[in-house]
Design a protein around this ligand. Structure first.
Ligand SMILES: [Zn+2]
Length: 138
């Protein structure tokens, strides 16, 4: 059985001043990751002080936009439309809690390659989400 993704009402997460550039970039179709120049690691959700070493030498980097499903849960009950929550690991070294969209929810598997898409929330702000990686020959 297939469960096709359907668009649903999306609310924005609470705004954090330190994440404003993240949301501005998402509105332009770009995914940003916060990188720490002191310890050389990236983190998410974006913060001014690196949560890994406490340094304030953090900078924005544009992510490649591809990742891999690390954990997955399809919600079918108590919601008007089923949807897939997932943790997606990026090659930049961070894991994002997100939704997987534009797909058969029943066909998703941990380890699947995915790519970022920007889905408008109520009010128009775009939220980075992921869909199965579209290969040219598929
Ligand atoms: Zn650091």
């Amino acid at each position: 059985m297939a469960t096709q993704y359907q668009a649903r009402e999306l609310q924005l997460p609470p705004a954090s001043p330190e994440a404003v550039p993240y949301w501005d970039a998402a509105a332009e179709g770009r995914l940003l990751v916060k990188h720490c120049d002191a310890c050389g690691r990236s983190h998410h959700y974006p913060r001014t002080l690196c949560p890994l070493c406490g340094s304030d030498r953090t900078t924005w980097q544009q992510a490649d936009g591809r990742g891999v499903i690390y954990a997955l849960s399809v919600t079918r009950r108590g919601t008007p439309t089923p949807y897939a929550m997932a943790y997606v690991q990026l090659p930049e070294g961070v894991t994002l809690m997100t939704n997987i969209v534009d797909c058969d929810l029943d066909a998703l598997r941990i380890g699947d390659p995915v790519e970022v898409v920007f889905v408008p929330a109520t009010g128009g702000q775009k939220i980075p989400m992921f869909r199965p990686l579209q290969t040219r020959d598929a």
